[in-house]
Write a protein that binds this ligand. Structure first.
Ligand code: SAH
Ligand code: SF4
Length: 371
């Protein structure tokens, strides 16, 4: 089939789209036109592109395509949370999940970057699954495209369906660097989704050299999955710490902040596990550790999954941990076990997609129950 050889324009960054049009002997501005059609008007075929000449449309038809990943299931809860199971090109079980969480006039999309993950954090079910494959740029930006299109025809002048993106779904985004960067550039580009750089956040468990690369390429916001206030414990929970210990990670964060064009903070994510990293001493140690970093702390009570070996702490314990940090002067938020907590659920997908569908349903129900 010639189809498989067609270039998928959905995932091409603005620069690559221009290069593509130049490579087929067309002018640069065609790339801008086509980019707007795809990402702002949701065009799925070249026929729709009425300001592109018929001859060019016919030419594009033969050599390229606009192909989003396949949606296996879509769940829309009463409160507006939307979840999709998306099948990637790897095979029938290579699925990832995307979640849209509305919150007042904001709507945050939690996007996946890999099927599985190689970094094997001890409390993460994506990690338990091992690494399957990297998503392509089209599969990453396709999650944004699918989420927006789920509201009906795309309208660049209509209400914004997605205001924030967090790369907190399955996978470690910095281990799939180029495709993730290309997709994030599209998310922020004026001729595509036009999201504010403050509202696109990449979450990493600490692939330090790539943090230095990232700031050369984009200026998205950064979240760090820290989870421990010292190296011995972090070595156990987040094995990549053995390669890039906490001091190196925090230095990379300082470098990142110093090289942003505006003043911003790092988000520190800390998953609380009962009896593991949630005692008072550890809270004080964390407060001391982060004292020189411009940051906000997001506490995530552990989301249980079968055979994890961990438990979530009681609300009292969580609040005590939060209070110690707040008293030390930090802004600390707690993700409660409701729909808000769905970001964490993104990080804990496992098994085949039937399993995931049940899990989605569970979180949707959880949210509804808590309303
Ligand atoms: N790989 C990236 C992004 C995906 S994980 C990272 O690690 O940052 C998104 C977030 O969910 C991370 O902070 C991760 O530590 C957290 N997470 C993973 N499993 C979890 C679980 N079972 N309970 C609570 N948070 C979890
Ligand atoms: Fe990978 Fe993030 Fe899970 Fe760690 S927490 S295994 S880096 S997805």
């Amino acid at each position: 089939m010639t189809d498989t050889k067609k270039v998928n324009l959905l995932g091409l960054s603005p620069t690559k789209l221009i290069e593509f049009f130049e490579s087929i002997g067309e002018k640069k501005f065609r790339a801008t036109q086509v980019m707007k059609w795809i990402h702002q008007k949701g065009a799925e075929s070249f026929d729709e592109m009425t300001d592109v000449s018929k001859a060019l449309r016919a030419k594009l038809e033969t050599i390229c395509e606009i192909r989003a990943p396949e949606v296996v299931s879509q769940n829309i809860s009463k409160d507006g949370t939307r979840k999709w199971i998306i099948r990637t090109e790897g095979g029938k079980n290579d699925c990832v999940e995307t979640v849209l969480i509305p919150d007042g006039d904001r709507a945050t999309l939690c996007v996946s970057s890999q099927v599985g993950c190689s970094l094997d954090c001890s409390f993460c079910s994506t990690g338990k699954q091992g690494f399957n494959r990297n998503l392509t740029p089209a599969e990453i930006i396709g999650q944004v495209w699918i989420a927006i299109k789920s509201f009906g025809p795309m309208d660049p002048n209509g209400p914004r369906r997605v205001t924030n993106v967090v790369m907190m779904g399955m996978g470690e985004p910095l281990m799939n660097f180029e495709p993730v960067v290309d997709a994030m550039i599209l998310m922020m580009h004026d001729n595509a989704y036009g999201l504010s750089k403050r509202r696109v956040t990449l979450s990493t468990s600490g692939v330090v050299p790539k943090i230095y690369e990232l700031i050369k390429r984009t200026d998205v916001s950064l979240a760090i999955s820290l989870h421990a206030p010292n190296n011995p414990l972090r070595d156990e929970l987040v094995p990549i710490n053995r390669k890039y210990p906490i001091a190196e990670l925090l230095e990379a964060c300082q470098h990142y902040l110093a090289n942003l064009p505006d003043k911003r903070h790092i988000t520190i994510e800390y998953t609380l596990m009962s009896g593991v990293n949630d005692n008072e001493e550890q809270a004080h140690e964390l407060a001391e550790l982060l004292k020189d970093l411009e940051c906000k702390i997001n506490l995530i009570p552990f989301n249980p999954f079968p055979h994890s070996g961990y438990e979530k702490p009681s609300n009292n314990r969580t609040r005590r941990f939060q209070k110690i940090l707040a008293d030390a002067g930090y802004t600390v938020t707690v993700r409660t076990t409701r729909g808000d907590d769905i970001d964490a659920a993104c990080g804990q997908l496992v098994g085949d997609f039937h399993d995931k569908t049940r899990r989605s349903q569970k979180y949707i129900e959880l949210r509804e129950v808590s309303q």
